[in-house]
Design a protein around this ligand. Structure first.
Ligand code: FAD
Length: 463
């Protein structure tokens, strides 16, 4: 960015524009661990400041990269072409919680857990629950269409968005959607913006749908000898007409990583564990938990532990939450993928992943939201061995191809960003990519917003 552009931005932000190296470094990375230095970092406090920033960017032709908390796993908030990182962290107000219409209106920088806690105080539930909820923001969740543990029963972020306000790449301010349960006027621009990874518009306000908070819950932890058995149990539970609010699967290596850092007793010969939670009115929770336990035993569970009180449930959940940190501690470098296959194809996918790990001589850790067919495939690498890195990259391509062949998708919740841009066409085909690029040009003709994301060969900001 040239001096004139920086000076013009300073006119909008004053001290809230940071250009020192230290400040820029703080906003140069996300959870992928990759780093790209921005030219500046701005902290807007209003939609109008965002609108003026994008107008300036069109005039001076610099990229604008929206950023929530930087917890993304696909590089979405990285300023890969420089420009200004626009952090929404100071736009963090919950503007209203309407208990009559079951709607919350929030600014994009609200931390997900804060919203969940505030609506819970009023007996309400905002279901999306990414494991990063203590840090990530609603804006980032909307832009990535974040999922989480309870997506299997309650759906993902897009299912709770009624309307948005956003600044498009042209600098125009748009209001989309409704404040009502129903609404079908014109094209669904709300859904267009959700999951668009900050490439079409910068979300400045969101109208979100709430539901009553479930009365009670029970959590079960079932151990199996093999991943295929656990995967069959997942399908078996759904076939028994139960939709748990979470079904999380951990394979043998994930359990070993947790055991390396925490005290966890597991039955002899355990190759896989399933964490299952059911929720609802107390009587139905206990009945459903019995049926889940029976289904697990039918598919070969060697032991099923159950907790219905808060403390016991928290202990079981601690195991699931400690997987990511445990893997990092055991093996700091990993390639982290986020595939989804139809639930019925999970056994086939797990068998393929075991065979692939053996054939390529790689350590692959699988865990994730098995209830919705979403597996987090973590390929552990040393980071120093070039041959190993090449084998791992080859494995990623094979995993994606198998996923698409099984009728799945290469990203369930982490988005495309830069990490999956090379594989976009594999899933959506050349026409799909072409239509997406035409839509991008309509929302953001000068390629100001988050350039270099989603599309592999997108040129820099148009001159
Ligand atoms: C330990 C850990 C666990 C995780 N678990 C889950 C999980 O269970 N489920 C899940 O879905 N994800 C998970 N994630 C990934 C990540 O937390 C989500 O993608 C989250 O939605 C990102 O939110 P953020 O505020 O950090 O956004 P950022 O990472 O800052 O940005 C993400 C994308 O959103 C765009 N963006 C941010 N704000 C706006 C805005 N106001 N308008 C337009 N675009 C915007 C950015 O440009 C970028 O493309 C996890 C990450 C970590 C580190």
């Amino acid at each position: 960015m040239d001096e004139r552009a920086i000076a013009a931005l300073r006119g909008i932000y004053g001290e809230r524009l940071k250009t020192s190296l230290e400040d820029r470094i703080c906003y140069s990375y996300d959870a992928t661990g990759q780093e790209f230095l921005p030219d500046g970092v701005s902290f807007p406090v209003s939609a109008d400041e965002i609108r003026r920033t994008v107008l300036l960017a069109n005039e001076h032709r610099f990229p604008v990269v929206p950023r929530g908390a930087g917890t993304g796993f696909s590089g979405g908030s990285l300023p890969v072409r420089g420009g200004v990182v626009l952090s929404t962290e100071r736009m963090d107000r919950i503007l209203s919680i309407d208990t009559e219409n079951l709607v919350a209106v929030v600014e994009p920088g609200v931390v997900t857990e804060t919203l969940k806690e505030e609506v819970k105080k009023k007996g309400l539930f905002y279901p999306p629950d990414p494991a990063s909820l203590k840090f990530c923001t609603i804006g980032g969740n909307l832009a990535e269409c974040a999922g989480g543990m309870c997506a299997v029963k309650y759906g993902v972020t897009r299912d709770y968005v009624l309307g948005l306000e956003a600044v498009l790449g042209t600098g125009e301010f748009v209001r989309t959607g409704v404040y009502t349960v129903k609404g079908v006027v014109g094209y669904d621009l709300t859904r267009m913006l959700v999951g668009s990874e900050g490439t079409l518009g910068i979300i400045t306000k969101a109208t979100l749908r709430l539901i009553p908070h479930p009365e009670s819950a029970a959590t079960l932890l079932a151990f199996f000898r093999a991943g295929e058995e656990a995967a069959r149990a997942v399908a078996g539970i759904v076939e028994a007409r139960i939709i748990p609010c979470a079904m999380e699967l951990m394979d043998r290596t994930a359990i070993e990583c947790v055991r390396a850092i925490a005290d966890l007793s597991v039955p002899e010969g355990t190759g896989c564990a399933l964490l299952i939670e059911v929720d609802g009115p107390a009587e139905s929770v206990s009945r459903e938990a019995d049926r889940v336990e029976a289904a697990c035993s039918r598919f070969g569970a060697t032991e099923v532990r159950r907790a219905a009180d808060a403390e016991g449930r928290e202990k079981l959940w601690a195991l699931r939450r400690s997987i990511s940190p445990a893997i990092r501690q055991v093996n700091p470098v990993k390639i982290n993928e986020d595939i989804v296959v139809p639930r019925s194809r999970l056994p086939e996918m797990y068998a393929f992943l075991s065979e692939l790990a053996a054939r390529k001589g790689l350590r692959i850790v699988n865990f994730g939201h098995a209830g919705d067919g979403n597996i987090h495939v973590n390929i552990m690498i040393s980071g120093r061995d070039e041959d190993e890195r090449r084998r791992a990259e080859g494995a990623v391509e094979e995993i994606f191809r198998k996923t698409v062949d099984l009728g799945g998708t290469i990203s369930g919740e982490h988005g495309v960003g830069i990490a999956k841009a090379p594989f976009l066409e594999m899933e959506v085909g050349p026409l799909g990519v072409s239509v997406m690029k035409r839509l991008k040009a309509c929302f953001d003709p000068n390629n100001i917003l988050n350039p270099g994301k989603i599309f592999l060969s997108e040129p820099a900001v148009r001159p």
